[in-house]
Unconditional design. Structure first.
Length: 171
């Protein structure tokens, strides 16, 4: 398992299957912060399958003084305009009592390093519009909000119905 010492207190490492419970714990803590706890349906078994068996995403664990401090879950997307892959950060989370130590910025910088190493053309993520501390932080890091774009989502029953509509329409 690759580890990278960031400073005297901080280590980043790619998560392994043994980290599944920790990843789920971080997801739940993030959901609580975002006031979305009721939307977490992930389980350890599902995370093991999708992250470690099917390799649909990657996770970096941040350790501070040898203790789990946060995580970043990301996956590759693709830009047809650039003709290159990109990295999309789905979750970036640092435990509240460790915020202000620069860990979030270091995780973002590490993601940028990975993107460049992997020949990616960009690094992207979403942020809730009420989360002013994060928005301010991201702008200070050079991120630009994509105000002219709106994210659309279909999930759950809507996803099933859309799939069924395509089948009945002869698509």
């Amino acid at each position: 398992m690759e580890k990278r010492r960031i400073d005297e207190h901080t280590i980043f490492r790619f998560a392994g299957e043994q980290d599944t419970a920790l990843i789920l714990q971080f997801i739940r803590e993030l959901a609580e912060y975002e006031k979305m706890e009721d939307q977490v349906s992930a389980t350890e078994d599902l995370l093991k399958k999708t992250i470690f068996t099917d390799r649909k995403a990657e996770v970096i664990i941040c350790e501070y003084d040898s203790h789990p401090a946060g995580f970043m879950l990301f996956f590759h997307n693709y830009s047809t305009f650039l003709g290159k892959p990109g990295i999309y950060i789905e979750d970036l989370y640092v435990k509240p009592f460790l915020r202000g130590k620069g860990l979030g910025g270091k995780l973002l910088s590490y993601a940028a390093e990975l993107a460049l190493e992997r020949g990616c053309g960009r690094l992207e993520w979403s942020c809730l519009d009420w989360n002013e501390p994060s928005i301010s932080f991201y702008k200070k890091k050079g991120a630009v909000p994509m105000d002219e774009w709106t994210v659309y989502r279909v999930s759950g029953e809507g996803l099933k119905k859309l799939a069924e509509n395509g089948q009945t329409a002869g698509v």
